[in-house]
Design a protein around this ligand. Structure first.
Ligand SMILES: Nc1nc2c(c(=O)[nH]1)N[C@H]1C(S)=C(S)[C@@H](COP(=O)(O)OP(=O)(O)OC[C@H]3O[C@@H](n4cnc5c(=O)[nH]c(N)nc54)[C@H](O)[C@@H]3O)O[C@H]1N2
Ligand SMILES: Nc1nc2c(c(=O)[nH]1)N[C@H]1C(S)=C(S)[C@@H](COP(=O)(O)OP(=O)(O)OC[C@H]3O[C@@H](n4cnc5c(=O)[nH]c(N)nc54)[C@H](O)[C@@H]3O)O[C@H]1N2
Ligand code: SF4
Ligand SMILES: [Mo]
Length: 875
C-alpha cells in the first residue's frame, strides 16, 4: 500500500521468537531506536509506582495496565529492565484456590508489551502530505487512506489543527463536527454531533427498565457460589471462555464439577460449550424468537398434558401480560403472549414444527429444552448478547424474561434469569470492593444531537439533512426530536475505533474522504488514523501515572506506570490541554487536576465492604504518602497500605461460600413485590409492555407495524428470510444464501491488538464455514474465500468446522480493513466493510444476521496475516 513506507525487518516474528517473549521485545525496542527513540523507563518510587525490586533478575515488577474492552479484567505484571519489558506474569499475590482465585490474565494480556513497545507505534505527530487547512480543494480528501505521511512538530500539528477547528467552528458551529463520543477537550473547544449505537447489548439497550429488568439486564443473575446450587445452567448465546476471559470460566468449571448440567443455545458449539460438555441446541442466527416461542408453546403443552412445568403462581403474582387475566392497566391492545403462542390471533400455534423451518432446531430438542425450563428444575437461564445484536430482535428481552418467569426461575437459590456479561459473568451481587472516582470536571457538549451511528456517514455525504434524534447517550432513548443538521466538515477520533467498529464502513470511508478535516489520536496506524489528516501520537496506559479499576465485585486492580512516554507521544489530557491552549481557551475548563492527582483520588476513594455491612475506605494513606506523591489529600485509615496496594496491583476481597455476601437476583422482589417494585410502570415483569413499545413505535423506523407490545415473530429487515428470493423460507435461495455473524474474536479486543504480531501468529482470523457448505462450494481448508454481501466484499482464508450450523458464516469482529483500491475488495475481512446501514424496529445494529455469499476466490491467494508487513510509517 502506498500509504506505508514499510520496514518488514523488525516485524515478522517467527514462532521461535514468539516462544521467547523477551527476545521479541528486544526486536521491537531496536526498531524504536531506529526510529530515533529508545524507550526509557521510569522506576523511581517518587513517581508513584512503588515497585518491588527483584534482585535475581535486576529488573522491577510493575502491575501494568491491560485496559481494553476485552470482557476480562486481570492482573498483568511486567518486569522492566533497562527500559524494556523482559518478563511478564499474572496474579501471584496469593495462592490460587476455588474460593479465592487468582485474577489470571490471558494470552492477549501477555502480548500487551507489543501494544506499548510495538515496532509500529506512532511516535510523532504526522500530517498527510496532500492536506492543507482551509477546506474544499485544500483538503484533497480523496487521497485519505492513500496519501503519504510526513512527521511534523507538535507545535505545527496543534497550530494546523486549531486553525482548521476555528475555521469550521466559526462557519458551522458545533454541528460542523462529528465525534462518536467526544472527550472533555472537544466539548469545551467546539462541541460536535455524536453517534449512538446499540453495540454490546443490542436490543436490551432499549428500555430494559421499562419491562422491569435492570439496565441492559445486567446485575440480576446470582453470586458465583450459587452456580453450584443449580441443576441446569443454560448458556444462551454465551461464550465466556472467549468473551470474558479471567475468572468467569473458572466459576462455571466449578459448577460443572459440582454436577451441574450445561445447555448451550448457539449456532456454534463454542469453546465454553465444549469445555462444559454442554448439550447443544443449534439455533440459526437471528431466529431465536421462533425457537423461544416454540419453547413457550411446549411448556404450555407439557404443563397441560403432564403438569408441573409452568409456574402459574409466579406468572400471576410477578408478571403482567402473559395471559388475558393479567394485563397491565395501561395496555392499549387486548392481546397477550399466551394467546399469541396458542395461535388465537393468527390461527398459527407457535409449535416446534412451526418454528423449525425458521430457526432450524429439531422439534424434539425444543421439547427437551421446555422440560429443562420446567418449574421443578433448578435452572439458570444466563444469556450474553449475540442473539440481540440482530435485526428483528427487539422483543427478545421480553421473551427471554417470559421463559424464565414461566419456569419461576427468579429470586431463588439455584435459579436465575439474566445477563451474564463481561468480567462479571457468573458472579453478580453488590460490590465488595470498588475503585474511587478520579474526580474530573464535568463538561457539556453544546450540541445535544445524537444520530444513529451508521446513518451519520450518509448524512455527511449528503451535506447534512433531517435526522431523528432518539438517544441522548448510550442506553438512554427518548421520544424523537426531529432535527435539521447542516454540513459536517470535521471529524474527531478519540477513544473509539469508530471507522472500524461501526456499520457501513464503506460509506464511512467515503464520508471521511468528503470532509475538510479528520483529526485522530492514535497509537498505531489504525483505520481511523489511516483515513485522517493529522495524527496525534497518544500514549498507552503503560506510559501514564496509573489508575484503579473495578474489575468484578471482589477485585479492584491498581496499575502503575511502566515507562516514560515513547517518542513524542502524549496522554489524552496533555493533548486536550495543548488543543485548548491552541484555541486560546483555558484548559482548566476540561482538566483541573494532574493525572497523578486523579490516580491518587481513585486510590483514596476506593472502598471495601466493612464488618458493619457498609462500604469503608480501602487504602491507608499517611501524611508521608501524600507528600511523597506530591498530591493534595487527607490521611485516612483503610485495610491495606498505599505501598502494598500499588505493589500488589490492587486488592481482592477474600470470599467463602457462607460469608453472608451471597446474592440471589430478584430475591427482594420475590419476597415482597409491593415493598420492592421493579422499575416498570406496573412494578412487575412486563411481558406486555406498553411504554417500551410506544417509545419504539415513536421512532417510526421501518417495519414497526409488525411489532406488538409483547413478543411476536417479526420478519427482520435483513435476516434469514432475506436468504430466499421474495423472503419466502423454503423457496428459491437468493443471491446471498448464507447468514453472516461476527464472533468477538480471541486475537483482538474489538479492533485492538489486531496489529500485534504474536497474536496474529496465534490466531489466524479465518472465516468460519460449515464443512459441508464449504465442500458444496469446492472450498478446502485454508483456501482464500471471497465473502460477498450487498454492502461489500472481503477476503479471508477458510476454517472448516463441524461445530457450526450449516448456512452460517462467521466473520470475526474487528479486523483492520485493508481495501485494495483497484478491486474495492477488503483483504483483511473487516466485518463492518460487509455490513450496510439497513435497520428497522428500534434501530439495532444487526451485526449477527446479515446475508452473504461465499466463493473460492479466483484472484491471488491471501498470505497468512502474520506474514503481512506491519503498518510502519517511517519519517
Ligand atoms: N460488525 C460488528 N461491529 C461491532 C461489533 C460486532 O459484533 N460486529 N461489536 C460492537 C461492540 S459490542 C462494541 S463494544 C464496539 C467497540 O467499538 P470501539 O470501542 O470503537 O472498539 P475498540 O477497538 O475497543 O476501540 C478503542 C480505540 O481506542 C484506542 N485507544 C486505546 N487506548 C487509548 C487511549 O488511551 N487514548 C486514546 N485516545 N485512544 C485509545 C484503541 O487503539 C482503539 O482504536 O464495536 C461494535 N462493533
Ligand atoms: N476476545 C474478545 N473478547 C471480548 C471482546 C472482543 O472483541 N474480543 N469484546 C467484548 C465486548 S465489548 C463484548 S460486547 C462481548 C461480547 O460477548 P458475546 O456476546 O459473548 O460475544 P459473541 O461472540 O458476539 O457472541 C456470543 C455467542 O453468541 C453466539 N451467537 C451469535 N449470534 C447469535 C444468535 O443470533 N443467536 C444465538 N442463540 N446465539 C448467537 C455466538 O456464536 C457466540 O458463541 O465480548 C467482550 N469480550
Ligand atoms: S482478558 Fe483482557 S484484561 Fe485480562 S489479560 Fe486478557 S486482554 Fe488483559
Ligand atoms: Mo461490546
Amino acid at each position: 500500500m502506498d500509504a506505508f513506507d514499510v520496514d518488514t525487518s523488525a516485524t515478522n516474528l517467527s514462532r521461535r521468537q514468539f516462544m521467547k517473549g523477551s527476545l521479541a521485545v528486544a526486536a521491537s525496542a531496536a526498531a524504536l531506536s531506529a526510529f530515533g527513540c529508545a524507550p526509557s523507563t521510569k522506576v523511581k518510587e517518587d513517581e508513584g509506582a512503588a515497585m518491588a525490586v527483584n534482585p535475581e533478575e535486576g529488573g522491577t515488577w510493575v502491575a501494568a495496565a491491560c485496559w481494553h474492552n476485552c470482557g476480562g479484567r486481570c492482573v498483568n505484571k511486567v518486569m522492566v529492565k533497562e527500559g524494556a519489558v523482559v518478563r511478564q506474569k499474572t496474579d501471584d499475590s496469593h495462592e490460587d484456590s476455588p474460593t479465592f482465585p487468582q485474577q489470571r490474565g490471558c494470552v492477549r494480556g501477555k502480548a500487551q508489551q507489543q501494544q506499548c513497545f510495538g515496532a509500529d507505534r506512532i511516535l510523532h505527530p504526522m500530517k498527510r502530505k496532500g492536506w492543507k487547512p482551509g477546506g474544499g480543494e485544500n483538503a484533497n480528501g480523496q487521497m485519505r487512506g492513500k496519501d503519504e505521511w510526513e512527521v511534523i512538530s507538535w507545535d505545527e500539528a496543534i497550530d494546523l489543527a486549531c486553525q482548521e477547528i476555528k475555521r469550521i467552528s466559526d462557519k458551522y458551529g458545533p454541528t460542523g463536527f462529528y465525534c462518536k463520543s467526544p472527550d472533555a477537550s472537544i466539548n469545551v473547544m467546539c462541541g460536535c454531533v455524536r453517534g449512538w449505537d446499540t453495540t454490546s447489548h443490542g436490543t436490551y439497550t432499549l428500555g430494559s427498565d421499562m419491562i422491569g429488568l435492570p439496565s441492559t439486564d445486567i446485575g440480576k443473575a446470582n453470586d458465583r457460589f450459587d452456580l453450584m446450587n443449580a441443576e441446569y445452567i443454560i448458556m444462551y448465546s454465551s461464550n465466556p471462555t472467549w468473551s470474558a476471559a479471567g475468572t468467569p470460566t473458572y466459576y462455571f468449571i466449578q459448577a460443572k464439577e459440582a454436577g451441574v448440567k450445561f445447555v448451550t443455545v448457539d449456532p456454534l458449539y463454542n469453546a465454553s460449550a465444549q469445555m462444559l460438555d454442554a448439550d447443544w441446541i443449534p439455533v440459526r442466527n437471528g431466529t431465536d424468537m421462533a425457537f423461544m416461542l416454540a419453547t413457550a408453546y411446549e411448556m404450555l403443552r407439557l404443563d397441560q398434558e403432564e403438569g408441573n412445568i409452568v409456574d402459574w403462581d409466579f406468572l400471576n403474582k410477578y408478571t403482567v401480560g402473559f395471559d388475558a387475566e393479567h394485563m397491565p392497566p395501561d395496555a392499549k391492545l387486548s392481546e397477550n403472549l399466551k394467546d399469541y403462542v396458542m395461535g388465537t390471533y393468527d390461527g398459527t400455534p407457535k409449535t416446534p414444527e412451526w418454528a423449525e423451518p425458521i430457526c432450524g432446531v429439531p422439534p424434539e430438542q425444543v421439547t427437551a429444552f421446555a422440560r429443562i425450563l420446567g418449574k421443578n428444575n433448578k435452572t439458570m437461564l444466563l444469556h450474553n448478547y449475540g442473539m440481540v445484536r440482530c435485526n428483528g430482535a427487539e422483543m427478545i428481552p421480553q421473551m427471554l424474561m417470559a421463559l424464565g418467569a414461566m419456569g419461576g426461575h427468579m429470586g431463588k437459590s439455584g435459579h436465575a434469569c439474566g445477563g451474564a456479561y463481561h468480567a462479571n459473568c457468573g458472579n453478580y451481587g453488590p460490590n465488595l470492593v470498588k475503585a474511587g472516582s478520579a474526580k474530573k470536571p464535568k463538561t457539556k457538549n453544546p450540541c445535544s444531537t445524537g444520530v444513529r451511528q451508521p446513518q451519520l456517514y450518509d448524512l455527511i455525504l449528503a451535506g447534512g439533512g433531517e435526522v431523528l434524534d432518539v438517544s441522548n447517550s448510550y442506553g438512554s432513548f427518548h421520544e424523537p426530536i426531529p432535527t435539521t443538521l447542516g454540513p459536517i466538515k470535521g471529524i474527531f477520533h478519540v477513544t473509539d475505533a469508530t471507522l472500524q467498529t461501526s456499520l457501513h464502513q464503506k460509506a464511512g470511508i467515503e464520508a471521511h474522504r468528503a470532509v475538510d478535516f479528520v483529526l485522530t489520536r492514535a497509537q498505531f496506524m489504525t483505520t481511523n488514523a489511516l483515513y485522517s489528516d493529522i495524527i496525534l501520537p497518544v500514549t498507552t496506559e503503560w506510559e501514564r501515572p496509573g489508575s484503579v479499576t473495578t474489575c468484578n465485585r471482589e477485585f479492584v486492580y491498581c496499575y502503575s506506570q511502566v515507562t516514560e512516554p515513547l517518542g513524542e507521544a502524549k496522554t489524552d489530557q496533555e493533548i486536550g490541554t495543548l488543543l485548548l491552549e491552541g484555541m486560546g481557551m483555558d484548559p482548566k475548563l476540561a482538566y483541573d487536576t494532574s493525572e497523578k492527582q486523579q490516580f491518587f483520588e481513585q486510590i483514596a476513594g476506593s472502598q471495601v465492604m466493612g464488618a458493619s455491612g457498609e462500604m469503608e475506605p480501602l487504602v491507608t494513606i499517611t501524611a508521608d504518602d501524600i507528600s511523597e506523591w506530591g498530591v493534595e489529600g487527607e490521611p485516612q485509615e483503610g485495610i491495606i497500605s498505599l505501598a502494598d496496594f500499588v505493589a500488589n496491583g490492587g486488592y481482592q476481597f477474600e470470599r467463602t461460600s457462607d460469608d453472608g455476601h451471597g446474592f440471589i437476583g430478584y430475591e427482594d422482589f420475590v419476597t415482597d413485590p409491593e415493598a420492592n417494585p421493579l422499575p416498570s410502570a406496573s412494578g412487575k415483569l412486563e411481558i406486555y409492555c406498553q411504554a417500551r413499545y410506544d417509545l419504539m413505535a415513536s421512532f417510526g423506523y421501518e417495519g414497526i407495524e409488525q411489532y406488538k407490545p409483547y413478543p411476536t415473530y417479526v420478519v427482520p429487515v435483513v435476516g434469514y428470510e432475506s436468504t430466499f428470493k421474495d423472503k419466502k423460507i423454503g423457496g428459491e435461495k437468493s443471491e446471498y444464501p448464507y447468514i453472516m455473524y461476527n464472533p468477538h474474536y480471541l486475537r483482538r479486543s474489538h479492533s485492538v491488538f489486531d496489529n500485534c504480531p504474536w497474536l496474529r501468529e496465534t490466531w489466524a482470523n479465518p472465516v468460519f464455514l460449515n464443512r459441508q457448505d464449504a465442500k458444496d462450494k469446492g472450498i478446502a481448508e485454508g483456501d482464500t474465500v471471497l465473502i460477498e454481501t450487498p454492502a461489500g466484499k472481503g477476503l479471508r482464508r477458510a476454517a472448516l468446522m463441524d461445530i457450526l450450523l450449516p448456512g452460517v458464516v462467521g466473520v470475526p469482529h474487528g479486523a483492520w480493513v485493508d481495501v485494495d483500491e483497484a478491486t474495492g475488495i477488503d483483504r483483511a475481512g473487516s466485518d463492518n466493510y460487509l455490513i450496510g446501514a439497513e435497520y428497522g424496529g428500534m434501530g439495532v445494529s444487526g451485526y449477527n444476521n446479515q446475508i452473504c455469499n461465499i466463493k473460492k476466490y479466483d484472484g491471488e491467494a491471501l498470505e497468512a496475516d502474520c506474514d503481512w508487513p506491519q503498518r510502519i510509517v517511517s519519517a
